[in-house]
Ligand binder design. Structure first.
Ligand code: PLP
Length: 390
């Protein structure tokens, strides 16, 4: 029987985190106690100054349509912020504000990649990249990330796999799900792979740029000649605990920014006006709260990494950025999908199988440590007991 849905829907993927969350919620409804380590969002409240800026903006009349690319004061603030933090010259016309940073992935792939062209992306990596690459009829070319390289991509692999059909290379540092952080040397080597190509773009997902521990965040856009080839994606969800506000942005060359704004006109019209004003306060106001959150994540990282390393069959590297750990579970003796189901149903701990982030995620789980130390300890005890009883 033919489907009622358009053919293109067959190629669209999803994000398993939301499915596991739904399963976990269903178990909670039956009265089960679940520790949530599946979803990637800070457990902290949005800082007060940001919430107050939003309510003030509502009262000041920021409740109507605004320009598709963003409110001019807001794009100017973002341009200044990126200029300062990435040490490059960015003008407001090179900024597009979107409802969350996610649409920047969707829109830049839609705007740049033709069917049959190739897009490279890290695997394990954020699942939406592969989903959208397939959706536009392009060929996904995974770049495997290896634990022994601290989940940093191998630039040599990139070099060998760039072809005449390559249109885009997606990088993400600090990385979801592994916490891997690319060094300046890595970025230089990646830039080198496309130095003679003006038709290849880098989508640099820097959403975790501020959630970083021992390492320093480096942007490929900062390298000589790379700003024009880069779409820099960043936003407010993670740094300012604003996941539900839906506010993010892309920074890119002007002609591409106009195309992305056109996609905005065709889909959202614009990003919520008062949310944008709140985002402006986030960037301009006190940075104490985000710093406090990162300090808390760092303490929780210690708890979760040492706890996981004490569980039989599990080993866990310390992530350098983001708020996820990606423990190796190969010695537990179950594939990652079965183990995550088992942990949810038997131990009441919601985690994600590594394969939710691509085929190279087999043998791993992803746990978010954006949760209290008490909850993390409870989860660790439960996982340990469940694994020991296998
Ligand atoms: N990029 C990565 C790597 C992420 O993990 C996420 C969210 O989980 C996003 C982008 C999307 O962020 P936003 O909430 O701003 O759409």
């Amino acid at each position: 029987m033919s489907s009622i849905f358009a053919k293109r829907m067959e190629t669209l993927g999803t994000e398993t985190a939301f499915e596991v969350l739904a399963k976990a919620k269903a178990l909670e409804k039956q009265g089960k106690d679940i520790v949530h380590l599946e979803i990637g969002e800070p457990d902290f409240d949005t800082p007060k100054n940001i919430k107050e800026a939003a309510t003030k903006a509502i009262h000041d009349g920021y409740t109507h349509y605004v320009p598709a690319a963003g409110i001019p004061e807001v794009t100017k603030t973002i341009a200044e912020y990126i200029s300062k933090t990435r040490n490059i010259e960015v003008s407001p016309e090179e900024v597009v504000v979107t409802p969350g940073a996610k649409p920047i992935m969707f829109f830049s792939i839609l705007a740049l990649v033709n069917p049959g062209e190739e897009v490279m992306y890290q695997n394990p990596g954020f699942p939406i990249y592969e989903s959208v690459i397939n959706f536009v009829g392009a060929k996904p070319v995974p770049i495997p990330l290896k634990e022994e390289k601290n989940f940093r991509l191998d630039p040599e692999y990139v070099k060998q796999n760039v072809t005449a059909k390559t249109k885009m290379i997606i990088i993400n540092s600090p990385e979801n799900p592994t916490g891997g952080v690319l060094t300046k040397k890595d970025l230089k080597a990646i830039a080198d792979c496309i130095k003679d190509r003006d038709d290849v773009f880098i989508l640099s997902d820097e959403i975790y740029s501020r959630i970083i521990y021992e390492a320093k965040h480096e942007s490929i856009a900062s390298l000589p000649g790379m700003k024009e080839k880069t779409i820099l994606l960043d936003g407010f969800s993670k740094t300012y605990a604003m996941t539900g506000w839906r506010l993010g942005y892309g920074v890119m060359r002007k002609d591409l920014a106009q195309k992305i704004a056109q996609l905005m006109v065709n889909s959202n019209s614009c990003t919520c006006a008062f949310t944008q004003m709140a985002g402006m306060e986030a960037l301009k106001g006190s940075q104490e709260e985000p710093a406090r959150m990162v300090a808390a994540f760092k303490r929780r990282r210690e708890t979760i990494v040492s706890g996981l390393n004490n569980i039989n069959g599990v080993t866990c590297k310390k992530p350098l950025g983001a708020f996820y750990v990606f423990p190796n579970i190969t010695d537990v003796g179950m594939n990652c999908r079965r183990l995550s189901d088992y942990l949810l149903n038997k131990a009441g701990v919601a985690v994600l199988p590594g394969t939710s982030f691509g085929q190279y995620g087999e043998g791993y789980l992803r746990l978010s440590f954006a949760n209290s130390v008490e909850k993390i300890e409870k989860a660790l005890n439960r996982i340990s007991e469940a694994v020991d009883s296998l």
